[in-house]
Ligand binder design. Structure first.
Ligand code: GLV
Length: 316
């Protein structure tokens, strides 16, 4: 069977996972994949499909016969930043149940850690102190999810399943059973006022860049907790630090940053109310993601509509 020539393009730390992608995509397609791993792309004319994660600027413009760009992450901000991104080629993203499940695990783990006062118990153990912290009923801890796409929906449903009152905010209206859904600028204040743990899973777009600033954080109730597993670019760092230092926020778990890797001198590293993880909340897993890529390649070849497509104008 003729192999399909696919470019694998990433400038991310660690170089990605091209061997597993070659194997898993080949299995999902039922046909060999001739993977061209950037920058060793061979004859650029052969390539019709590109898998990209943080591709170097201009890289995708190198393939004259490219017909499909696949984002290897759920977010596509990394692609849309490329000034030379070919204009008329469809962009799809992976839809990875594995990654979505990991994101939910991450949010739930850090939310429960805060909810059950685990940091206080850890400190008590170190001090050999038998000390019971105040009890907060699950019914009194309101979870608010910003972003109700595939990830936000899964996260919200799982929090709801644990018994937390759960609400969501999104740009456009959504309707999810059991979840109080707010939308648009008009819905933001009410959403924030009813959120004790804010979980950010929004895409990074011009509209959401710098959105989490002092004004927005000020609308959360005093003592609220913030979990960012979306994009650091949403946050005005100085405002978040000020909200933590004033005691308005009780703490934050941050997986994503304005600059990654987070510079060694950044105050987040040592802030007593901040937990830092290195952008690991959801790792794309070729085992679970390859099926959606293979599905789109088959659709492309059969002239059928693609799925999980990106709206370049909306930015996600
Ligand atoms: C990770 O950040 C992703 O967008 O998948």
């Amino acid at each position: 069977m003729t192999p399909i020539a696919v470019a694998y393009i990433t400038a991310a730390q660690g170089g990605g996972d091209s061997e597993r992608w070659t194997r898993m995509l080949g299995e999902a397609l039922g046909r060999p994949v001739d993977m061209r791993v950037w920058p060793n792309i061979g004859r650029a004319e052969d390539v019709t499909v590109a898998l990209a994660w943080k591709a170097p600027g201009g890289a995708l413009a190198r393939f004259p016969n490219l017909r499909l760009i696949v984002s290897l992450g759920m977010g596509v901000d990394h692609l849309l930043l490329d000034a030379k991104l070919p204009a008329d080629i469809p962009i799809v993203r992976i839809m990875d149940e594995g990654l979505i499940g990991q994101m939910s695990e991450y949010a739930i783990y850090y939310a429960l850690r805060h909810h059950r006062a685990i940091p206080a118990y850890e400190a008590s153990q170190r001090a050999r102190q038998w000390k019971v912290e105040d009890f907060v009923d699950t019914a009194d801890r309101r979870i608010g999810i910003m972003g109700l796409g595939a990830i936000g929906t899964d996260v919200a449903r799982k929090f709801l399943g644990l018994g937390f009152p759960t609400s969501g905010w999104s740009r456009t209206p959504r309707n999810l059973v059991g979840i109080a859904c707010h939308h648009g600028a008009a819905g933001l204040d009410a959403f924030l006022a009813g959120t004790d743990i804010l979980v950010d899973v929004l895409p990074l777009t011009p509209e959401t860049t710098g959105m989490i600033d002092g004004r927005l954080l000020g609308k959360l109730p005093k003592g609220a907790y913030f979990i960012n597993m979306a994009r650091g670019g949403h946050v005005v760092d100085a405002d978040l630090l000020a909200a933590l230092d004033s005691g308005h926020l009780s703490g934050a778990t941050l997986d994503v940053f304005n600059e990654e890797p987070l510079p060694g001198s950044h105050p987040y590293w040592t802030h007593p109310k901040v937990l830092v993880t290195p952008h690991i909340a959801g790792e794309t897993n070729p085992r679970t993601a390859a099926a959606s890529v293979a599905d789109n390649i088959r659709r492309l070849e059969a002239g059928q509509p693609l799925i999980h497509t990106i709206d370049r104008a909306a930015g996600y």
